[in-house]
Ligand binder design. Structure first.
Ligand SMILES: [Fe+2]
Length: 369
């Protein structure tokens, strides 16, 4: 206690989480972070080589939102360009009187970090994927030991990164803090698993990974690769006693299948040289497959086959599985990544190379498709 009292005030001010970048496109990126006290915040952005500093704010109805959980969208950017950014905040002392707001005088400024926007013209697409970490922070940190931001365009979380969404603070700590340093400079993209829907704070998942258009399924392109990211929902039937009547995933996935049918017809998707579908639950079929896996196989797999998808990256089984093309009606290979391995993907538009590493850094599987 005595030691804590001797620490300078600025150290306390820096306590919090992040920043991390849960969304990126060719023209924007989003910066999320947490502060220990309520703050009025902004993000400073400088384009590589430029002199001007741009400012971005978290606003609603035209005015700033204050609080401890921050999300600022940086817009109007150029593709494939590096931008330096830093988060800044002023502590809010009293907001109870509308015209007598009391803020701390001095603004605190974070460290500078850097993000490169996506670029469909980039010659190569590279990312690293992990899944089914289930809150094991030590494992998560080990899987990215020795990896630097320059090694990937983004980090991909393929679901079940925590077991339960009971406390959003615990969830953020489990997902962000093990790789926090890396996530300052690498966007974190997320495919939800079945466990991200479990627990009373499930609806606050947006604070970890804000959804595009209010939906957790999305599509994007980086370099030669078009990506479809599926939100698979729960793994058992909606009427299962475990959900106590709160599950309506059949309807959700039916809507998602409609979107899938539509997005795969769009020109940007059709013309991409390589197409990857990310789905936490694989769309393969075995004799003992559970309800949702069977449903995805029946309803979404045919759409993906027709759309010319080249590869599916999945999770959920907690073991490594390779499902070759044609094994169960799939016209592309499916890789199910183990729960304690990191999958590195690189694609030049003709071939995708996958290298999979265990927690000790040993290469354990290699594929080329
Ligand atoms: Fe799962």
């Amino acid at each position: 206690m005595i030691l804590l009292n001797l620490l300078p005030v600025s150290l306390f001010a820096q306590a919090g989480l992040g920043p991390w970048v849960p969304d990126v496109s060719e023209t924007s990126f989003t910066v999320n972070w947490e502060t220990p006290d309520s703050q009025l915040v902004r993000v400073e952005v400088v384009k590589d080589g430029a002199a001007d500093t741009l400012n971005f704010y978290q606003t609603r109805y035209g005015r700033s939102l204050v609080g401890t959980s921050h999300s600022v969208k940086v817009t109007g950017l150029e593709a494939g360009t590096r931008y330096a950014y830093r988060v800044c905040g002023i502590k809010v002392l009293d907001e109870s009187q509308p015209y007598q707001l009391v803020y701390e005088k001095e603004e605190k400024k974070g460290e500078w970090h850097g993000i490169v926007t996506l670029d469909s013209k980039a010659p190569v697409c590279r990312f690293s994927m992990v899944n089914d970490i289930h809150g094991d922070k030590e494992l998560f940190a080990e899987l990215f030991k020795g990896i630097s931001p320059q090694d990937m365009d983004f980090m991909l979380m393929n679901g079940d990164m925590v077991s339960y969404m009971t406390s959003i603070d615990v969830v953020k700590d489990c997902i962000i803090s093990p790789v926090e340093t890396l996530l300052h400079d690498v966007p974190m993209l997320y495919a939800r698993g079945n466990h991200e829907g479990r627990g009373q704070d499930f609806w606050r998942f947006e604070e970890v990974s804000p959804s595009r258009d209010g939906k957790a399924w999305y599509a994007f392109r980086q370099g030669p690769v078009a990506f479809i990211v599926i939100d698979c929902g729960e793994d058992k039937p909606d009427g299962h006693p475990a959900y106590c009547g709160n599950a309506h995933f059949d309807q959700y996935r039916a809507e998602e299948a409609e979107w899938l049918r539509s997005v795969t017809k769009e020109k940007w998707f059709r013309t991409a040289p390589y197409k990857v579908c990310v789905s936490h639950i694989p769309m393969s079929l075995e004799e003992d497959s559970w309800y949702t896996q069977k449903q995805l196989h029946e309803t979404m797999l045919p759409i993906l086959n027709k759309a010319g998808v080249d590869l599916m990256l999945s999770a959920h089984f907690h073991r490594h599985v390779f499902v070759p093309e044609g094994k169960c009606g799939n016209s592309f290979p499916i890789i199910v990544n183990d729960c304690d391995e990191r999958l590195d993907f690189v694609c030049d538009g003709r071939k995708a190379k996958l290298e999979i590493y265990d927690r000790d850094g040993n290469a354990v599987h290699e594929y080329e498709f």
